[in-house]
Design a protein around this ligand. Structure first.
Ligand code: G4P
Length: 529
């Protein structure tokens, strides 16, 4: 029993969010380096082109010679069991990216010190705030010309609306990035490397404010600057407030360079100590305690055809309470059926292997014969319950899809429905219409190509894709409203999703404003609940 509770207490399950190129992949790799999951970090050339069609992690796997997964990396560090969730970015940015955040207990936001808060970070941040999870900030690329650190903090506060608390402070930037000042220990950590920048862990030299050798260690101007900065921060920064951190109202901020490893170790140490162990989760039976004896989990991602040879699907589940044991019988609440969890894989930093046991906070992948949907709950609780559903996120790209050969209607409908069930696409129809005319909405435009490819290879159906000009979607919250009487711009379209919820598709934010201003009774939501 004690071991079971200890196992849960030491779990830290988080996702890293960032705008493409801010350094998420590099930081992930460095966390693996410090966690001992890889021996050396490889600086890889020419990865940009190669990366286009695959997940970042698959690229790490391919180019850096380690085996990772498309879902979770697990390693032990300092007594913690760390689970890093992959949030696909770049061209494969999709609803999966958002949904993964539903499985995390906290998020690390990587910001490029020269660019500040960028669009994709804003979107991902918004999703994190839905659940009020703790958010930690790593301001990366301090080894390059950067914005003023005070300005960066101000930007985070203004653009994202979260308070900031600098945990440490950069000493210099660009070529002169010497180290960080640890506010808690009032200690200077100066970094150097062994000549191979970023390959091995950085060498840290510690010193206290007032030490004689600081001018030498940091150079006199940087020493002076640090003293001035410290005075300013201590006078102006928000107070450290654990409660605000835990509820995502205040973000602890760290400075560093994932490329050179400067600042990575202070970050990982403080982050793991401050971030939360598995959180209780909301269900229709109230909050579910992770340390409950009853096992429970929910499906947050379904990945089809991981193995091309046969059509397999893996349902990725986040364990929310108790202990998983391979072969256990559980109740699949949505299907109302008992099932045996026999084949399970957990995909780890070392190798993809079968797991025999796992604990609340962990992610497991279960082979899915087509029975699971996103958001499903499984549990051993005597009184089964359902976890709060996963929201439907707003797609930003739309297309009308039709089949080239109308004789293949059955396969077309089956393929579209299955792919939508996996959550890779959202499908909409005309009000009261059927599958004869389908509008597809996706979060990332690559999903349309994936759809075309999968219908062809898995269902033998060719499709025509006509892109549509809509870019904004709103669910109508007050369903009783008569949509025919709404005053809308002529290019606004009303459709239904497959849960028969009504939605409006808009071509511009201006039209969204028009709809809300001209129809005071209309209640619109950006995320479908
Ligand atoms: P992402 O996953 O967030 O998209 O970013 P990724 O880690 O792939 O990093 C994007 C680029 O930024 C990479 O350069 C990477 O080397 C670089 N980078 C990451 N962290 C730092 C940092 O702390 N300092 C500096 N100076 N650069 C950093 P690239 O040109 O795409 O590839 P490469 O050929 O340089 O490796």
């Amino acid at each position: 029993m004690k071991d079971f509770v200890n196992q849960i207490d030491k779990r830290r399950t988080f996702a890293i969010i960032s705008h493409p190129d801010a350094g998420k992949t590099t930081l992930t790799e460095k966390l693996l380096l410090y966690g001992g999951a890889i021996q050396q970090a490889g600086i890889v050339k020419g990865k940009k082109g190669a990366r286009a069609a695959t997940s970042d992690w698959m690229e790490i796997e391919k180019q850096r010679g380690i085996s990772v997964t498309s879902s979770v990396m697990q390693f032990n560090y300092d007594g913690y069991c760390v689970n890093i969730l992959d949030t696909p970015g770049h061209q494969d940015f999709s609803e999966d990216t958002y949904r993964t955040l539903m499985a995390a207990d906290s998020a690390v936001m990587v910001i490029d010190a020269a660019k500040g808060v960028e669009t994709q970070t804003k979107k991902l941040f918004k999703v994190c705030t839905l659940r009020n999870i703790p958010i930690f900030t790593f301001i990366n690329k301090m080894d390059r010309e950067s914005q003023d650190p005070f300005d960066l903090l101000q930007e985070i506060e203004d653009v994202l609306g979260i308070e900031t608390y600098p945990m440490n402070w950069p000493i210099g930037s660009g070529k002169d990035f010497k180290g960080v000042y640890d506010r808690n220990n009032q200690e200077i950590i100066a970094f150097s490397h062994d000549g191979k920048v970023g390959v091995n862990q950085a060498i840290a030299t510690k010193a206290k404010i007032g030490d004689d050798n600081l001018d030498e260690l940091l150079t006199a101007p940087l020493h002076q600057q640090l003293q001035d900065d410290i005075e300013l921060i201590e006078g102006a920064a928000a107070d450290f407030d654990r409660e605000k951190i835990n509820t995502g109202k205040l973000t602890p901020v760290f400075f560093g360079s994932a490329l050179t490893n400067f600042g990575v170790e202070p970050f990982i140490k403080d982050f793991l100590a401050l971030t939360t162990s598995p959180l209780a989760r909301n269900s229709d039976a109230g909050l579910i305690d992770p340390k409950s004896e009853d096992f429970s989990a929910f499906v947050f991602k379904i990945q089809a055809n991981m193995n091309k040879a046969h059509r397999d699907r893996i349902a990725f589940m986040r364990i929310c309470s108790g202990k998983f044991e391979r072969g256990m019988d559980v109740f699949h609440v949505q299907a109302g059926k008992k099932i045996k969890l026999a084949q399970s894989t957990q995909l780890m930093a070392s190798e993809r292997e079968t797991v025999d046991e796992a604990f609340a906070g962990d992610i497991i992948g279960i082979f899915d014969p087509g029975i699971f949907s996103i958001g499903d709950t499984i549990t051993t609780a005597k009184k089964p319950f359902k976890f709060a559903s996963i929201p439907t996120f707003a797609p930003e790209h739309f297309a009308r899809i039709s089949q080239v050969d109308t004789m293949k209607r059955k396969q077309f409908v089956k393929g579209m429905e299955q792919i939508a069930q996996e959550g890779a696409i959202q499908i909409f129809k005309e009000l009261g219409g059927g599958m004869e005319e389908v509008i597809v909405g996706v979060v990332g435009v690559l999903q349309l190509e994936v759809l075309e490819h999968r219908l062809k290879t898995e269902y033998n159906v060719d499709i025509r894709i006509t892109t549509l000009p809509y870019a904004h979607i709103r669910w109508i919250e007050n369903e009783e409203i008569d949509v025919k009487k709404l005053n809308l711009t002529s290019d606004t379209k009303c459709v239904e999703d497959f849960k028969n919820r009504k939605l409006l598709l808009f071509t511009s934010p201006w039209n969204v404003n028009w709809a809300t201003e001209k129809n005071p009774d209309l209640i619109l939501a950006e995320i479908g609940k």
